[in-house]
Design a protein around this ligand. Sequence first.
Ligand code: M6R
Length: 608
Amino acid sequence: MCGIVGYVGHRDAGPVLLDGLRRLEYRGYDSAGVAILEGENLTIRREVGQVSNLAASMPERTTSHLGIAHTRWATHGGVTRANAHPHADTEHRVAVAHNGILDNHQVIRRNLEAEGVVFRSDTDTEVLPHLIRKFYQGDPVEALRRALSEVRGTYGVAVVFADHPDLILAARNGSPLVVGLGEGENFIASDSHALVRYTRRVIYLEDGELAVVKSDDVATLRLSGGRAAPHTVEELEPVYGVEGKGEFAHYMLKEIHEQPESIARCLRGRVLPEEGNARLGGFEMSPRDLLALSRVQLLGCGTSFHAGLVGALSIEGLARVPSSAEIASEFRSRNPVIASDGLYLAISQSGETADTLGAVKEVQVKGGRVMGVVNVVGSSIARSCGAGVYIHSGPEVAVASTKAFTSQVTALFIFTLMLARTRTLSPHDASRLARALMEAPEHVRAYLASPGPIQEAVRLLVAARYALFMGRGVSWPVAMEGALKLKEIAYIPCEAYPAGEMKHGPIAMLEKGTPVIAIVPQDEHHERTLSNIQEVKARGASIIGIFTRGDEEAERLSDVALPVPVVDPLLTPLVTVLPLQLLAYQAALALGRDIDRPRNLAKSVTVE
Ligand code: M6R
């Protein structure tokens, strides 16, 4: 969703800000803008559409060394230039870029209008520059503190003042902000991805904090007054693999093909076949703690929820600990009972999903133990949890999550192995599973090198009015993940059902030629899913079968056969999801969709 970048230092601010905005494009946005200080005046440029439109409206070089920039994903007010950020006060002495939502903006707006302020946008944000200007009497920090004390809601804000040529103020309440530390220059951003070209040293602002950022100094204060607790300077993760799209037409395809490496990175140093065990350092749980767990609940949204479902099934199935997964937005709003001897896992690629963060807080406020399964290092969920596991997928830029899913699932399998070792698994069986996990990257590589007749399946899908995905056990969340991908980037109406549910309703949807994508690997559900395939086939459905290589019966029943490598039955999601990712990608390509930035979606959903 919205993104913020700020720069103060010796470089030309314009190109630095545009570069930062380009790196935030993947988050999803509909307009972009910059405010830079030129001489004694703030120049604001804003454009609807892509950052390239904004860049085209700017000179290649500017004479500015200070500025803020923003990508907006509309919430309050339509997609117009006037509503794009940054917003300024009437005399253009203060400019503000804001992520989040100000709940009481209407009351403030009415009050300011009564005082004679004329608003130029429909946004909630515009109240901020007017308020700051109203309270400004030479002390920018005091003006910002007073303005923010008037607003309710969430914000990450960046503010520049025409009277202060070496100063950016940044403040946070519920929307992430990171300060990047350079030599004679400093940066702010809502996402460290914007900064990687310039610095790897960062500090993360906490809620209720304000940063005073100058070219040669950064100070952090409490919004309520006084200095903030000292911050540790953190190092950003190294950039894995090739930056940009490399040889691939889209980030999504590149990220699909990165999965052998991203899964291997997630496994590295954590799975110990010789010992027949696994180690997740960040979990900070001894075998005794693991043994004492009464239940494990996994929380996430979208793809991360699907990974959670796979995790819950494997934890309960193998470690025999009651386990379930729940959509974070539902969990946080239903006043859940929290088990004090349970473990809650918050799963999130971005680590910024507002609902998942809300679920973390719900567990914490009731005294529960919650840990993160997160990709982005230093993200809000990772820091709120304080403990957990990084999946180390590397940056995932395409809105459609692919490599994060397989790494989340891998991390949850590692956890399952650890937990099962304290209860049900013999050293021998644990070694066997550990070895099978270590072999997974090679199986993924082998499949991607030779994915089978994807185009034949795509022809069925793009001609269809409706498609249905089905599977049992861990293949049910995989089916859900396949359907989510197809909806999200190809916009093809489809849904996913446990195969056992077909006769309870969805089978009525089938007509001659309806594509049914059946996920039927060799596991304990195999026979029953084959029967379900027979049933839907008898109703005229065209079967796109995803099954374990060598399964002649599944192959015979499939109109399009997409065999996947032979893996341990527990680990099948790591290979059965691959053809589904490719199907969605190729169908979207055939339909001319905007694959990396599908309509209406954002990479990181930072509002409820
Ligand atoms: O960053 P998160 O993993 O918390 O994001 C959760 C969902 O928004 C995300 O998985 C979404 O469903 C993807 N776009 C699906 O491809």
